[in-house]
Design a protein around this ligand. Sequence first.
Ligand code: 13P
Length: 246
Amino acid sequence: MFIANWKMNGSESMLTGWLEGVDKTLDKNTQSECILCPPACFLFQASKIIKKQELGIALGAQDIDPKTASSLTGGIGGSMLKELGCEYVIIGHSERRELFKEDDSLLLEKLKSAFFANLKVIFCVGESFEEKEKGRTLNVLKKQLEIIYQVPLNNLMIAYEPVWAIGSGETAEVKYIKEVHNKIIEEIKSHEKGNFLGVVYGGSINSSSSKEILSLQEVDGLLIGGSSLEHKEFSNIAMSINEKKG
Ligand code: 13P
């Protein structure tokens, strides 16, 4: 599973070139699912191209609004995302937790919104540098995961993104990723979730670091920010799956 999180980047022309480029490169070479999460304003265009050209790329939204009332200026609800062709939605990204103060109660409403729209959830968790230094990583993650058990999600993927690794050029050590992913898997399985899609890693991934991380049995894919913007680099990362064993 390779997820391109474009964050607040992109344009119409970039989108067209990216979809065609990735589809061409990956077609014969990899079977792993690729998911593009462009900014919301490009979802319609992306969906049109994917359908028209029958590309093997799934579409995801970077955010969803709670299913409260329809009186939410600027809001985009789950059914709207579904209508736009989204299969996935990212919830709980650290950038939104930090900048928009998205707390557990808001994230819970977003999870419900995704559930009612039958969207597959990519739920992000991760510790800060300070929390890591204090040895609190596993406690922090356990606490962040608590809200997902309150929603009977049909399809759930966890994205482990250490906050200090995002956009820093520094990925977490392989040994560390292995330990954390194992704990997350253990934690989720003890709660018997519906269809658990696995745990992906995110944070400063590029085509040099991807192979080693993907070689871990505990890593089911990657959530990629900066390196997903250029279609060749994203394709190279996705093709590292071919060397994954087990
Ligand atoms: P970078 O790959 O740019 O570090 O971003 C990771 C991320 O936040 C993906 O959601």
